[in-house]
Design a protein around this ligand. Structure first.
Ligand SMILES: Nc1ncnc2c1ncn2[C@@H]1O[C@H](COP(=O)(O)OP(=O)(O)OP(=O)(O)O)[C@@H](O)[C@H]1O
Ligand SMILES: [Mg+2]
Length: 402
């Protein structure tokens, strides 16, 4: 290094008395260009210096801050000023905290403070750096959300394997019970009417169990699907009459059916089940009160971002979907309930079996669809099922069952 270079470097890091102002200006410029906020307060907590980053992070200009008490960054109720005695006893400290911006919004920050000493080692103030953690916190929340979703879908996957296995064995036994019951009925001599009733009871019980088993199979995705091009509006129209009779007068049904829906490739019988379960839940959520159930169909372009807010949306391709929504003005759900609604046998109802939405989930999954649930306690719930739209020219039935 030449002498000239050495001198220049020395002047930069260790200025002689004549260069003090220059050095201070350089220091200020360096602090000004930092992304970290920097604030210096006097011993009483009054801001004597703050850089642009600190002001920007908190939504102020530098001029608005200089001269104010540092508690301007604190949440109301957390505004405690340290006595100069307390500051004297502190050396340096770091902490995560929640500051408040000028507009009142919260600002998560990491703070590092040090006491500033004068030439005789007496504390004259505090210097604090402030890192805006908004983005880091958002990323952390997103990671947690993804992890919960993954755990949920893994849980549902293993439950589906279990439910499918049990339901399959159940079905075999039930078929035998029903077969033998009808054999007994056909072989009994005519005067045995007292036995007839009992055998009919066995048959009814076995049929009820078969229904339950079918719902479990639907949840497991093992249901046999007989698919064809389907217009979702037809599914709604076919069931309208039945549903209106069942609802009685207290619940008003409102239809908002989209026009010119593309077809979807689906098993109409399974879709009817989905629709029935959703309307039944909506009606039960309204209970004995008056309320409205809105049934909507339509076409929606679902982006990656939108699909990320749905169940089963992780692997679904973005694109055009046909939706069937059932929305009610019923009791709604809190987040804890909402997290469990697709678990088989989860129910909050006295007579419920907790299999309706499990079956809905299985059927929608079997059709390559996704589900979105929005619910607010005491206000109502919307369950939206979305199925991939197919080009209108598809008319050949396609088998997608497993
Ligand atoms: N529209 C809704 N409004 C409020 N809560 C709902 C709604 N739909 C479902 N739930 C909640 O989700 C739970 C599970 O619903 P699911 O349909 O799977 O079972 P269930 O209705 O309790 O019983 P099942 O359908 O087998 O008769 C319900 O018990 C209820 O707590
Ligand atoms: Mg139900």
């Amino acid at each position: 290094m030449s002498d000239q270079e050495k001198k220049a470097l020395q002047a930069h890091v260790k200025p002689g008395p004549g260069h003090l102002e220059d050095a201070l200006r350089r220091l200020e410029k360096a602090v000004e260009t930092m992304q970290l906020g920097v604030t210096i307060t006097d011993i009483a907590g009054k801001i004597v210096y703050t850089n642009s980053a600190e002001a920007r992070i908190h939504g102020y200009t530098v001029d608005e801050l200089v001269g104010r008490d540092v508690s301007v960054f604190c949440l109301p109720g957390y505004r405690r000023s340290l006595s100069s005695e307390q500051v004297r006893r502190m050396k340096s400290w770091r902490r995560e905290s929640m500051n408040v911006r000028k507009d009142g919004t919260l600002l998560p920050v990491a703070l590092m403070s040090d006491v500033v000493l004068d030439a005789r080692d007496q504390p004259i103030g505090v210097v604090t750096t402030c890192e805006d953690l908004t983005e880091a916190k958002r990323a952390e929340a997103e990671r947690e959300r993804l992890q919960i979703r993954m755990q949920q879908s893994q849980k549902l996957e293993s439950l589906a394997v279990l439910a499918g296995g049990v339901a399959h064995d159940f079905n075999n036994v039930l078929t035998r019970i029903l077969g033998h019951a009808s054999l007994i009925l056909s072989e009994l001599p005519p005067p045995a009417s007292h036995v007839l009733d009992k055998v009919a009871e066995i048959q009814n019980g076995a049929l009820r169990l078969a229904q339950l088993t079918n719902q479990l199979l639907a949840f497991a995705g093992n249901g046999r699907y007989k698919t064809e091009p389907v217009n979702v509006n037809d599914i709604v129209k076919e069931l309208t009459h039945l549903i209106e009779v069942a609802q009685g007068r207290r619940v008003r049904l409102q239809y908002e059916l989209g026009s010119e829906l593309p077809v979807i490739i689906a098993d109409p019988v399974q879709l009817q089940q989905v629709f029935r379960h959703l309307v039944t839940n909506a009606s039960e959520a309204i209970g004995e009160d008056e309320g409205v159930i809105t049934i909507r169909t339509g076409t929606k372009w679902a982006s990656r971002e939108y699909l990320a807010t749905t169940y089963l949306g992780d692997d679904a391709p973005q694109g055009k979907y046909v939706f069937l929504e059932v929305k009610d003005t019923g009791c709604g759900m809190d987040p804890e309930t909402k997290a469990k609604i697709f678990d088989p046998f989860f129910t909050t109802k006295f007579t419920g079996r907790g299999l309706g939405l499990a079956a809905v989930m299985g059927i929608v999954r079997g059709h390559g669809g996704v589900i979105r649930v929005d619910s607010v306690p005491d206000q109502g719930t919307s369950v939206l099922t979305l199925f991939p739209a197919r080009p209108a020219f598809v008319t050949q039935p396609v088998e997608v069952g497993r």
